[in-house]
Design a protein around this ligand. Structure first.
Ligand SMILES: *[C@@H]1O[C@H](CO)[C@@H](O)[C@H](O)[C@H]1NC(C)=O
Ligand SMILES: *[C@@H]1O[C@H](CO)[C@@H](O)[C@H](O)[C@H]1NC(C)=O
Ligand SMILES: *[C@@H]1O[C@H](CO)[C@@H](O)[C@H](O)[C@H]1NC(C)=O
Ligand SMILES: *[C@@H]1O[C@H](CO)[C@@H](O)[C@H](O)[C@H]1NC(C)=O
Ligand SMILES: *[C@@H]1O[C@H](CO)[C@@H](O)[C@H](O)[C@H]1NC(C)=O
Ligand SMILES: *[C@@H]1O[C@H](CO)[C@@H](O)[C@H](O)[C@H]1NC(C)=O
Ligand SMILES: *[C@@H]1O[C@H](CO)[C@@H](O)[C@H](O)[C@H]1NC(C)=O
Length: 615
């Protein structure tokens, strides 16, 4: 039998319905005793909750004092905490998979921001349909979304304002801060229809927004720029992160966009993260950067990360960006120019050009704050490495350098060796080097490793993966392992079993490794032997990737003993693509004793491995 509802729950239900209908009941509700009020708050759908919170008869919502007796008008009762809890519950109800990733102190704001994003996504989908013609703001929001926020009873009046996107933007635009994605793909699809005003009215739609972060996709026509610039200048005081993804931009547009970030109220921009990725600039061979961009790059001390990844950039553009940053002694911390084609961009940097201060790190024009430089995948060759060696002099605080996927070859890495010597002698914070897939040979890498090993505290992390080095490097690698290196990536370097044997022999004492990637090295059973020596001697080791090493089934027992002898920190051991007997290994329940360790196998025999490990 159904349990009879309590009187209280019936009353609360009635109050809830009344709150939908009008404002009459509000003043009475605020007079409810605290405990009832609190129950009510936790039961309300978004809409009446919003109404209740907004109309609270006192301003000091943060006050946590309670006054629990029933009477008195407009008393100070702090209920902000409960409102926040209510908003968090509602958020969790609709976006359970997101709730753990969000760090916020304001669930009220998060809730409406997520709601608005949902409306925008839905509208974008509708606008994409070929049959769509009209204004984006007029698009009807679906009943599901309306129900979610509590418009249940009123849906029959679907001509009301609140069924339109524009209503939601106006009403809740003020809560949009982060993460709202404006996907202009839809207007790309419909831009040929003259009736469509989008995105021109966008700035009207989001009039009260205070964006701190904007991601803009698919801006591909000059027509989009006007509305966008208005939106940008409206938000220039709050905006700190601006991203363009999959856009096509002319210099004139770039000029307008950058200028709109500077207004009378905001004479220097506040952008911290500026990112233009997978985007093409229409004029390919500019002789100078748009003035607005120069001023964005050189004015304001706020710019901290700059990303021009995957933009089909040529050397000139990259050179001008780099010179501008250097000339302005920018405070930039992260520069990502990866996946372009900028061969020759540093040709001005050579022995002659840095003769005035040949080996002194960081004199003259410089990028003193730069910590991360990513120039992977840029078709850079050994001459570029020479330029880089002298350019690095201007970055005394560099910590991370990624030049992977560039054919710099042995000569290239040799050119960089003097830089490493200078850096370590000057105790610079340089700590991570990625030279994956750089057409390096054993001799170049042996010189690199010898140089690095000669310092007391060399690197934290090194990747020389995907260079065909062969077993010759193993002995030197072994020596390098006993420096304080924490993460080493030697995936796909052609070690083979003899390489693993040499590596095994070179491990005689404890190593500081946290992670090692030895995948795709055709090590066979020698891989298992190596691991059985390494695991007990690497107390801090957390992850090991030993995929695709042709380990035969006889390796299973060796792996068992290796795992039993392993220290307790190991969390991940990937053995995919080897011919191991997972039953034997897993059968030893002891291995799982601390519950932290994940072992990954796959049934694929190595021969079917879905990769090409040939040099
Ligand atoms: C800006 O970039 C920094 C460094 O990459 C990052 O930690 C931060 O979360 C970014 N901020 C935004 C709003 O994207
Ligand atoms: C730059 O953008 C690319 C593409 O979106 C991304 O993969 C990369 O992580 C970004 N770099 C930084 C430093 O945030
Ligand atoms: C890269 O740039 C060079 C000139 O700097 C040009 O010759 C080459 O065609 C470009 N490669 C690609 C893939 O665009
Ligand atoms: C070195 O750089 C200067 C400009 O910084 C340039 O004039 C000179 O030609 C360069 N020398 C070589 C050998 O590339
Ligand atoms: C690297 O070694 C291979 C064979 O070992 C050789 O054919 C190639 O020329 C070498 N490359 C360089 C740049 O030394
Ligand atoms: C190791 O290098 C491979 C190949 O370049 C790459 O896919 C992987 O992400 C790298 N792993 C680490 C931990 O650096
Ligand atoms: C090791 O490298 C392989 C490819 O070379 C990559 O797929 C894997 O993610 C890497 N493992 C780790 C833990 O980085």
């Amino acid at each position: 039998m159904r349990e009879a509802p309590s009187l209280i729950s019936l009353c609360l239900e009635a109050v809830k319905n009344e709150l939908f209908r009008g404002d009459d009941i509000l003043s009475v509700v605020y007079d409810l005793p605290s405990y009832l009020f609190d129950i009510l708050v936790l039961q309300l759908p978004p809409l009446p909750l919003q109404k209740l919170q907004m109309a609270m008869p006192f301003t000091d919502r943060d006050d946590h004092e309670y006054d629990d007796d029933g009477g008195g008008n407009g008393r100070k009762r702090g209920r902000f905490c409960n409102f926040d809890k209510a908003w968090k519950n509602l958020f969790e109800l609709h976006w359970p998979y997101l709730v753990d990733d969000i760090q916020t102190v304001d669930w009220h704001q998060k809730y409406w921001e997520a709601h608005l994003q949902k409306c925008l996504d839905e509208a974008a989908e509708i606008a994409l349909l070929p049959s769509f013609s009209g204004c984006l703001g007029e698009i009807k929001i679906s009943e599901t979304i309306l129900k979610d926020i509590g418009y249940e009873g009123c849906i029959k009046f679907s001509t009301c304002d609140y069924s339109k996107l524009s209503y939601h933007c106006q009403e809740y635009g003020q809560y949009a801060r982060y993460g709202l994605v404006l996907n202009f793909e839809c207007c790309h699809a419909v831009e040929f229809r003259s009736t469509v005003l989008f995105p021109v009215p966008l700035d009207n739609l989001l009039r009260d927004s205070k964006f701190e972060s904007l991601d803009l996709w698919w801006i591909r026509s000059e027509e989009h720029i006007g509305g966008l610039c208005k939106l940008l200048s409206q938000n220039s005081e709050s905006l700190t992160s601006l991203k363009f993804i999959h856009c096509k931009l002319s210099s004139a547009s770039v000029e307008k966009i950058c200028s709109s970030l500077l207004t009378n109220i905001v004479p220097t921009h506040r952008i911290q993260n500026f990112s233009v990725t997978s985007t093409s600039f229409l004029e390919t061979n500019l002789v100078s950067l748009p003035r607005g961009l120069v001023s964005l790059l050189s004015s304001g001390r706020s710019l901290c990360s700059l990303n021009f990844s995957c933009d089909y950039l040529c050397r000139n553009f990259a050179k001008m960006v780099f010179d501008t940053l250097c000339d302005a002694s920018s405070g930039l911390s992260i520069l990502d120019l990866s996946e372009n084609n900028i061969t020759g961009w540093l040709s001005d940097f050579n022995q002659t050009s840095s003769n005035n201060h040949p080996t002194s790190l960081g004199l003259g024009k410089s990028l003193r704050s730069l910590r991360v430089l990513n120039i992977r995948g840029n078709n850079l060759d050994k001459d570029d490495a020479v330029g880089l060696r002298y350019a690095l002099v201007h970055m005394p605080n560099l910590e991370v350098l990624d030049i992977s996927d560039n054919p710099i070859e042995d000569d290239g890495i040799r050119s960089l060796l003097p830089y490493f010597v200078e850096a370590f002698e000057a105790c610079s914070p340089f700590a991570k080097l990625y030279v994956e897939s750089c057409d390096l040979n054993a001799s170049g890498v042996i010189e690199l490793l010898n140089t690095l090993s000669s310092f007391k505290r060399p690197l934290e992390s090194l990747s020389i993966a995907d260079n065909f080095l062969g077993s010759k490097v193993a002995a030197v690698l072994g020596k390098f392992l006993s420096t304080s290196i924490q993460v080493l990536n030697i995936s796909g370097i052609g070690l083979s079993s003899s390489g693993f044997e040499d590596l095994q022999q070179s491990i005689t004492k404890e190593v500081k490794l946290i992670g090692i990637n030895i995948s795709r090295n055709r090590g066979g059973i020698a891989t298992a032997n190596f691991l059985s020596t390494l695991l007990p001697r690497a107390p801090e080791l957390v992850f090991v990737n030993a995929e695709y090493n042709f380990m035969p089934v006889e390796s299973s027992r060796i792996m068992c003993s290796a795992l039993k002898a392993a220290k307790g920190n190991l969390e991940l051991l990937d053995l995919t693509g080897n011919n191991l007997d997972s039953q034997t290994i897993l059968g030893l329940a002891e291995i799982q004793r601390n519950g932290k360790l994940a072992l990954i196998f796959s049934s694929l025999p190595a021969a079917d491995a879905p990769y090409d490990d040939d040099p």
